[in-house]
Ligand binder design. Structure first.
Ligand SMILES: [Fe+2]
Ligand SMILES: [Fe+2]
Length: 303
């Protein structure tokens, strides 16, 4: 084991954080639709040279809405997964039970936060933007996989959130302060999730042969392929939402360019940033070096 994470320390850190959904959004706390919501390193609107500054901002906000909705979506499988994992470990370590239940409770809060955000967005943006789903169907498809594959997927998502916030969002002064505050409050609780999920992956891999571990890694990659199909669908939704919101009809060649740039942006946002995260790779390597090598052989397609 490479890390020094513990259930007790994660619980203590989590218990020092206090915010409610109502503190983050609603009432006076309104989104500012004159500002971008997403950092350019994730939104990738600049390469679309045929869009005006205002059109790039509209697309950026569509991506911001999809970002929170897709997080809401994946957290709908993380919540039952963590509960199921906790259910099998109710005895022996009281800190473990409490830390895992706190983890699940925070994800339930985040799901509610993202739903609340979506209402605010739809209210202020003026165009209905479709997002892949429904969450329960996607959750059921993911949860049908080997628990180790699901736990690695969760690990990927938790570290991905860390990377997005620290590398791209924290120091971006152009973003809407309200949207940024929401991402910050989410991130601060996700810090503990990344550590707890590392412990969950280790617990699920313990007593497995290398072959059984690698079969869990293959299931993680299958889940990645499933999510990638969803992202291709999301790019089509975003293209339609963009045309509707901006009133601009793109030519066929502009649409092709939009799809190419935005699929790459979505793949990097949701797949590449997690698959290449050093903490994810370290955890995989600690299970077996083959696990790291396998993921590294696939990740360039998503970067
Ligand atoms: Fe979350
Ligand atoms: Fe989380």
């Amino acid at each position: 084991m490479l890390n020094h994470y513990s259930y007790q320390a994660a619980l203590a850190a989590s218990e020092s954080i206090h915010w409610r959904v109502e503190d983050i959004i609603g009432g006076e706390k309104r989104l500012d639709f004159t500002r971008p919501f997403m950092p350019e390193s994730l939104a990738h609107t600049e390469p679309l040279a045929f869009l005006s500054t205002e059109e790039k901002r509209i697309l950026n906000q569509i991506r911001g809405n999809a970002y929170l909705c897709i997080f809401g979506l994946v957290e709908e499988f993380i919540l039952p997964f963590v509960l199921d994992h906790a259910r099998t470990q109710l005895h022996g370590d009281d800190y473990r039970v409490r830390a895992l239940l706190k983890f699940a409770g925070e994800e339930a809060k985040h799901i509610q936060l993202f739903k609340r955000f979506r209402m605010e967005f739809e209210d202020g943006f003026g165009t209905l933007c479709h997002v892949i789903g429904p969450p329960e169907t996607i959750a059921a498809a993911i949860l049908a996989h080997d628990p180790l594959g699901v736990a690695i997927t969760t690990l990927h998502i938790e570290w991905m959130v860390q990377r997005h916030y620290l590398d791209s969002i924290k120091n971006d002064q152009d973003l809407d302060p309200q949207f940024k505050s929401l991402l910050k409050h989410h991130w601060v609780e996700e810090v503990q999730h990344a550590k707890l999920d590392t412990l969950m992956v280790e617990a699920l891999a313990a007593n497995r042969s290398e072959e059984q571990i690698m079969s869990g890694v293959e299931e993680y990659l299958e889940i990645g392929g499933f999510l990638d199909n969803g992202l291709q669908q999301q790019v089509e939704f975003d293209l339609n939402s963009f045309q509707q919101a901006s009133g601009r009809r793109l030519t066929e060649s502009e649409k092709e360019e939009f799809r190419r740039v935005q699929l790459r942006a979505n793949r990097w946002t949701y797949l590449g940033t997690g698959m290449t995260h050093e903490r994810v790779l370290e955890t995989l390597e600690s299970l077996t070096p083959k696990a790291r090598q396998r993921v590294e052989s696939v990740s360039p397609a998503f970067c």
